[in-house]
Ligand binder design. Structure first.
Ligand code: IVH
Length: 671
């Protein structure tokens, strides 16, 4: 046998063994046998570089690190789905489809688990893997080819199939995931310093985003597939066939959960059945996905904005667990608000160990009638903070102790005050270190300055060591001071200081949001930044200036003015600027056929949801606003338009419908 033939036969054999082991979960050789074949192939490729190939099984071990991921545009967008939250939504979905298809076409549906992983798109050209990308914003993702190649169950070459010829080009979509068992085993081996991942999904995402694919290779990732993007030469005509084709090409699919349903009852029952079986599924699922099976029927149904009309994601109810409430502690936020926090006996829930939950305020404590020592039910929906939802009163022993909120701040001991209009208690001592912690934590948080590696614990340490007494102190931290803090090493200190330096170049909305002004959330910060343009004009702004900005209401305007009236705040902003904080406004979207025009949407539009209509308007330079005034350019009215329509007519605002809006835009798209 010549070397070339030997190489090909070694590759085929190794591919076969990988497939059996990782896709079928049916090992067909001993580790020793596999290793021997692998080493033989590796050695031939090394001594005969002309025989090497990017799709050889030896390429599944990772490549030298990249300096960054590059952006790639998907051949066809990676879609997202509309959600169904209950049985009624599923029934509505079924009814809509039946109505749209008419009586002659009876739809069959595919039923699949909704895998709670990381969306992944693979491109195969003539059966060879040439690209792997993350979903990104749906249109553009990141090129993570080197990382995806290390996932054992992803074939670098598709297997030949006699029933389903391999298309010359195909984008295959699915989900990277980690089984619960593999995730737990990995975390159990990690030390506290290395950091543990919160749940399998974060673990999968973190592992896929490694610039060094050899690290990804060392992680137990898996992937399964359920859809296609762009393709050339694909012969399948339904979801059922697609799943069979994927399987025959050696790709993993959601067996044994995939099935076909023929009625609405079947869909609803199957959904609940899988929900009940959820814990027996080896990977995390957060719902089911229902799709019209037949591709011709899908074409008839088409899209509603970015979502296909022919599919829906049905969410499972949040997971709950019962545990004991050991104590109630008080946390102080940046606004001085005192929040009671339930200290819980640690309990595993939806992939994480829950040991605390917010109780919001005294009213909530009374509403739940929760007492220290109670057994309680906690719930965690998605990534949201856990919540105490119910007290198991039948398990009370009589030893439970009621709780009342303190009358003074637990950090600085100043008497707390209660806003007459609110249920919240606040510490009003502006030099309270509890408030400072909240202020700084907010300033550096993800949607504000986004300083990597600066979590709440470290913020507290910096404050306790008196290294930080105000936001701008962050920009004057010295290496020697930080490295001396507990748990900080040379590398982590260097990284932290570099992250802070990097955060100096940021955007104006992030800084305005980061200042933590009450009633100024991300959106208000964006609007204010776009209109005022700099921190200097923010300082000088009056209530009148602010109220003239579209979408800024009285509450936000008053709150901003009272913030910039406080000399301390102004001094802080000046010191931030002097420290080199460079808050540039994001470039304004200019142009677009709707530029300078404002739109109010009312009633239900025939083909667009409210959000989609707003996005469409924004995309073309227009500005969607919520209430009609003389200044409004157009009212877009749909079915059941009410008082806004009357008001627009009274004010002489031009009223248009969805198709008129589309015509305005189409002018732009064709010119
Ligand atoms: S189908 C039309 N099927 O859930 C094709 N998606 O909003 C679009 N997902 O972004 C996706 N399991 O990442 C589909 N069996 C499944 C899925 C699934 C998980 C994810 C996917 C998508 C999101 C839907």
């Amino acid at each position: 046998m010549d070397l070339k033939t030997e190489v090909e036969s070694l590759r085929l054999r190794l591919e076969e063994l990988n497939y059996a082991y990782y896709v079928l979960d049916d090992p067909r050789a001993s580790d020793a046998e596999y290793d021997e074949l692998f080493r033989r192939l590796e050695s031939i490729e090394k001594t005969n570089p002309e025989l090497a190939s990017p799709t050889s099984p030896t390429q599944k071990v990772g490549a030298p690190p990249l300096s960054a991921f590059t952006t790639v545009t998907h051949g066809e967008p990676m879609l997202s789905l509309a959600n169904a939250l209950n049985d009624e939504d599923i029934a509505d979905f079924h009814q809509r489809i039946t109505k749209l298809l008419g009586e002659d076409l009876v739809a069959k549906f595919s039923f699949e688990p909704k895998v709670d992983g990381i969306g992944l798109g693979l491109t195969y050209e003539n059966g060879e893997l040439t690209l792997a990308a993350t979903r990104g914003d749906g249109t553009k993702g990141e090129d993570i080819t080197e990382n995806a190649k290390t996932i054992r169950s992803i074939p670098l070459r598709l297997r030949e199939s006699s029933t389903y010829p391999i298309p010359s080009f195909i984008e295959i979509r699915g989900e990277a995931f980690t089984t619960t068992k593999d995730f737990e085993a990995f975390n159990a081996k990690r030390t506290e310093e290395e950091g543990r991942y919160a749940n399998p999904r974060n673990f999968t995402g973190g592992s896929l985003r490694q610039l060094d694919s050899r690290i990804t290779a060392s992680r137990p990732l898996d992937a399964l597939f359920y859809a296609t993007g762009k393709s050339v030469g694909l012969t399948v005509t339904s979801q059922e066939e697609l799943i069979q084709a994927f399987q025959s090409w050696g790709l993993k699919v959601a067996t044994p959960y995939f099935k076909i349903c023929k009625s609405v009852e079947d869909l609803i029952e199957s959904h609940h059945h899988l929900e009940d079986q959820r814990d027996q599924v080896p990977y995390e699922i957060d719902g089911t996905v229902l799709k019209v099976d037949d591709f011709e029927q899908r074409k008839i149904l088409g899209f509603r904005s970015r979502n296909p009309r022919w599919a829906i994601a049905c969410k499972f109810k949040s997971r709950r667990a019962s545990t004991r409430l050991l104590d109630i502690s008080i946390s102080i936020g940046r606004t001085g608000a005192l929040t009671p926090v339930a200290v819980l006996e640690p309990v595993p829930l939806a992939g994480v160990i829950v040991s605390s939950a917010s109780l919001h305020n005294q009213d909530e404590i009374e509403r739940l009638d929760v007492r220290i020592g109670d057994r309680v039910l906690v719930e965690r929906a998605g990534d949201v903070i856990p919540k105490v939802v119910k007290v198991l009163t039948e398990e009370r022993t009589g030893e439970e102790v009621s709780f009342t909120m303190p009358t003074s701040c637990p950090v600085c001991h100043t008497a707390v005050q209660k806003d007459p209009e609110e249920v919240v208690l606040r510490c009003t001592n502006s030099s309270c270190t509890g408030i400072l912690r909240g202020t700084i934590a907010h300033f550096v948080s993800k949607n504000a300055l986004d300083i990597d590696g600066l979590g709440e614990k470290l913020v507290a340490q910096l404050i306790d060591a008196k290294l930080v007494t105000s936001m701008d102190d962050l920009f004057h931290l010295q290496f020697d001071d930080v490295v001396a803090l507990e748990r900080m090493g040379k590398t982590s200190t260097k990284n932290l200081l570099a992250a802070i330096e990097k955060a100096k170049n940021t955007t104006l909305p992030r800084v305005i949001f980061g200042l933590g002004i009450r009633h100024v959330g991300e959106h208000v910060a964006e609007v204010v930044a776009a209109s005022l343009g700099s921190l200097e004009s923010l300082i000088k702004s009056t209530e009148e200036d602010l109220l003239a900005i579209h979408e800024i209401g009285e509450k936000a305007a008053q709150s901003i003015v009272s913030f910039v009236k406080d000399e301390n705040n102004v001094a802080t902003i000046h010191r931030l600027i002097e420290s080199g904080l460079n808050a540039k406004n994001a470039p304004k979207a200019t142009g677009g056929v709707l530029a300078g025009k404002t739109f109010v949407i009312t009633g239900s539009l025939p083909n667009l949801s409210r959000k989609d209509a707003e996005n469409l308007i924004k995309k073309h330079g227009g500005k969607p606003v919520s209430s009609v005034s003389k200044k409004t350019s157009f009212l877009v009215a749909g079915e059941k338009a009410g008082s806004k329509l009357k008001k627009a007519q009274a004010l002489g605002v031009e009223v248009i419908d969805e198709s008129a809006l589309r015509m305005m835009i189409e002018q732009e798209e064709t010119t």
